[in-house]
Design a protein. Structure first.
Length: 458
């Protein structure tokens, strides 16, 4: 009698470049323009400063994610790091909060993309665009991460070109109006209406653009040399993305000082038409749609990997969430579930769905920083001496800044987030029989991860 065939596993095929491109696609560089008007209104015309504060917060947190990714090179991101470093119950609740981010982000991406397309083609029903986004991205992700990666490469090039052209046209507009002296100014960073509260609230909104540097940790089990590659990728994604956001926000704020727009939610369209006319406005719309599609591919893939990690632990039902497709070696059922959740976009607006995301993100960011400090305490008890600045000082600053930004989210986001956490506590009580036992531990064997992707997915 022959031995049963080994269960299929995720395949290691992603390089540093692949992971960085994936993370940048998840972040969607053009999103700085998609949310520009809202951040400008909140900061009273100091958008670059809000992005600088958000970048600072993300760099501290990215450092902590890198430490945890090197120490725990498995899928699961903040959920895995906290449960292994602090407590399995706390880890569960962090994972539960993170589901707000991962579950709703693809839906928001598809919702925004559908809104842009409906505005351009009002005769086409809105549901057609949503179903189209979900169907195409789901099919790509089920086929395999390499297929999605190749598509993202092409789409990233296009949206980066659009963002670059937008920034250049902004600078040309300023140069034609004010000369070379107008290109260097401190006004975009602060004016008479700028306040600390406004900048803090703007940074809390701007941090939405950075979601992606942490998401690549869910690809750890599909990355070559993850202990070395993932930490480097996380910092590179935060730095490159943040640099793009600050530079584009600066150029845009120069071209359109202040924060007066007909509609803040579509402010970039007004500016695009002002600096480039109707032709560039059309190109800009195309760039936004392409960006939403690329980001949707990446977001759905990361959602499915988080569900896979939790299902593999039996924290979620293993038979459903912990399965790998035998042919494509992807968590196909989780990908389909993420697509199904996206259908909720047909009944929600962008503001309502987005309000969930930053609560979950800042909760996860805070606890990952605390997980690094907990690791320091554990290492000290074991007789080792990790660097205080790297394992205590930087994570502590990151945790404080993340909490500060969490407090400055709007009240609706905090209320919805707390309700979601309360539901998580109830489910955890059921799972642990009234908190009398720990949630199931991860039993996955890292050595079982295949070293290459099967030919069927190429």
């Amino acid at each position: 009698m022959s031995a049963p065939a080994p269960a299929p596993t995720l395949a290691r095929s992603l390089t540093l470049r692949s992971v960085v491109v994936f993370g940048l696609a998840y972040m969607t560089p053009i999103i700085v323009l998609g949310t520009y008007g809202v951040v400008a209104d909140t900061t009273h015309g100091s958008v670059p400063t809000a992005y600088l504060l958000a970048l600072g917060a993300m760099l501290f947190t990215a450092h902590s994610y890198g430490k945890m990714a090197a120490a725990h090179p498995v899928a699961g991101s903040a959920y895995t790091y906290v449960r292994r470093s602090i407590d399995s119950r706390v880890g569960f609740l962090v994972g539960w909060a993170t589901l707000l981010d991962y579950f709703f982000l693809p839906m928001v991406i598809w919702l925004i993309g559908g809104a842009y397309l409906q505005a351009e083609y009002p005769s086409v029903p809105f549901w057609v665009w949503i179903i189209g986004f979900i169907t195409i991205t789901t099919a790509l992700n089920i086929r395999g991460i390499k297929t999605a990666e190749r598509v993202n490469d092409l789409l990233m090039i296009f949206q980066v070109l659009v963002v670059g052209i937008f920034a250049v046209l902004c600078l040309r507009h300023v140069f034609q109006d004010q000369g070379a002296a107008g290109l260097v100014s401190a006004t975009p960073f602060g004016n008479d209406a700028t306040t600390l509260a406004g900048i803090s609230s703007g940074a809390a909104l701007a941090a939405y653009s950075f979601l992606g540097f942490d998401a690549v940790t869910t690809l750890t089990e599909e990355t070559i040399e993850p202990q070395r590659t993932i930490p480097r990728a996380i910092l590179l994604i935060a730095l490159i993305g943040g640099g793009i956001f600050v530079a584009v926000a600066y150029a845009t704020q120069l071209a359109h000082p202040g924060y007066a727009f007909t509609d803040p939610s579509s402010a970039a369209f007004e500016i695009a038409k002002e600096i480039g006319g109707d032709l560039f406005s059309s190109l800009f719309v195309a760039g936004l749609i392409v960006a939403q599609f690329a980001s949707g591919v990446a977001a759905q893939a990361s959602t499915s990997r988080l569900l896979y990690a939790m299902g593999r632990d039996s924290v979620l039902p293993q038979r459903v969430f912990g399965r790998i497709h035998a042919k494509y070696r992807t968590p196909a059922l989780n990908i389909l579930l993420a697509g199904a959740v996206g259908l909720i976009a047909l009944r929600l607006d962008v503001a309502t769905s987005t309000s969930f995301i930053n609560f979950g993100a800042f909760t996860a960011f805070t606890f990952v920083n605390l997980a690094v400090i907990a690791t320091y305490v554990r290492e000290r008890r074991a007789g080792r001496r990790p660097a205080v600045w790297s394992y205590v000082l930087i994570p502590a600053i990151g945790a404080v800044v993340d909490l500060w930004l969490l407090v400055h989210l709007d009240s609706k986001a905090r209320t919805l987030g707390l309700i979601w956490l309360a539901l998580g506590v109830c489910y955890l009580a059921y799972l642990t029989k009234g908190f009398r036992k720990a949630p199931p531990e991860m039993t996955f064997d890292e050595d079982a991860v295949a070293v290459e992707e099967p030919q069927a997915t190429r």
